[in-house]
Design a protein around this ligand. Structure first.
Ligand code: B12
Length: 203
C-alpha cells in the first residue's frame, strides 16, 4: 500500500500531473508514509526520469517546468510533516549558509537539504538561487556561518563552487568555515577535486 503510494508520487511527477501529485502527497501523509521517503523515493525519482528524457531530447522544457511545479507543490504538503520532527535543542548544532551558485536556478534539492538540516538542529540561512561569488563572500562576513553549502545542478555552474572557495581564501575566510557541495552532477570525485584545489590554495 505504502509502496504503491510512493510509486504514484513518482508517476504523477513524471507525467506532469500536479493535481495527482498534490492529492497523492495528502494520501501519503494519511497512510503514514515517511515523508522523506515520499520525497526521495517518489517525487525525486519522478523528476529524475523526466529530466533524463529531457536530456535525451524526448521531453520538452515546458514538461520539465510543469513536472518541477508538481514536485514543489507536493513537497509543500510533505515538508511540514518533516519539520514537525525538528529537534528542540537549545543551541543550534552549527550555522549553515546555503545557496545555489551563480547561473543556476535549480532549488528543489537545496530546499530538501535546508529542511533536513533544520530538522536536525542546524541554524540554516538559505541565500536562494543564482548567488554570485561576491554575495557568498559578503554574507559570510555578515553571518559568520560555520559551514557554507553550495548547490549546483549543471556541469557548467558547478565550476562556480571552486570560484567561491578561491574567493574565501583570498578574503582570509577559508579557515573559518567548512565547505559542503552538492547537487546531481557533483560526486565524491568532484568533492576530491574541490578539496585538492582547496588544499593548493591554503598557505
Ligand atoms: C527540475 C529541473 C529543472 C527545473 C528547476 C526547478 C527548480 N525550481 O529547481 C527547471 C525546469 C526550471 C529547469 C531549468 C533548466 N534546466 Co534543469 N533540471 C531539472 C531536473 C529534471 C531535476 C533537478 C531536481 O530538482 N532534482 C531533484 C532533487 C531532489 O535532486 P538534486 O537537486 O540532485 O538534490 C539532491 C542532492 O543532489 C543533494 N543536494 C542538492 N544540493 C545540495 C547542496 C548541498 C550543500 C548538499 C550537501 C547536498 C545537495 O540533496 C538533494 C536531496 O537528495 C534535472 C535532471 C536531473 N537528473 O537532475 C534537470 C537538469 C539539471 N536541467 C538541465 C538543464 C540543461 C536546464 C536548463 C538549462 C534548460 C533550458 N534549456 O533552459 C534550465 C537551466 C536554468 C538555470 N539557469 O538554472 C540539465 C543540466 C545538464 C548539465 N549537464 O549541465 C539537467 C541535468 C537535465 C538534463 N538531463 O539535461 N530544470
Amino acid at each position: 500500500m505504502k509502496k504503491e503510494i510512493v510509486n504514484k508520487l513518482m508517476n504523477s511527477v513524471m507525467n506532469c500531473d500536479t493535481e495527482g501529485a498534490v492529492k497523492t502527497a495528502e494520501e501519503a501523509l494519511k497512510a503514514g508514509v515517511d515523508p522523506v521517503e515520499a520525497i526521495e523515493e517518489g517525487l525525486a525519482k519522478g523528476i529524475k526520469i523526466i529530466g533524463d528524457r529531457f536530456g535525451a531530447g524526448e521531453a520538452f522544457l515546458t514538461e520539465l517546468m510543469i513536472a518541477a511545479q508538481a514536485m514543489k507543490q507536493a513537497m509543500a504538503i510533505l515538508e511540514p510533516a518533516i519539520s514537525k520532527r525538528a529537534k528542540t535543542a537549545k543551541k543550534a548544532l552549527a550555522k549553515v549558509m546555503i545557496g545555489t551558485v551563480e547561473g543556476d536556478i535549480h532549488d528543489i534539492g537545496k530546499t530538501i537539504v535546508t529542511t533536513m538540516l533544520t530538522v536536525e538542529g542546524f541554524d540554516v540561512i538559505d541565500l536562494g538561487v543564482d548567488i554570485p561569488v561576491e554575495t557568498f563572500i559578503k554574507k559570510t562576513k555578515q553571518e559568520k556561518p560555520d559551514i557554507i553549502g553550495m548547490s549546483a545542478l549543471m556541469t557548467i555552474t558547478m565550476l562556480k563552487m571552486a570560484d567561491v572557495i578561491k574567493a574565501l581564501k583570498k578574503e582570509g575566510l577559508r579557515r573559518k568555515v567548512k565547505v559542503m557541495v552538492g547537487g546531481a552532477p557533483t560526486s565524491k570525485e568532484w568533492a576530491e577535486i574541490i578539496k585538492r584545489a582547496d588544499k593548493d590554495l591554503l598557505p
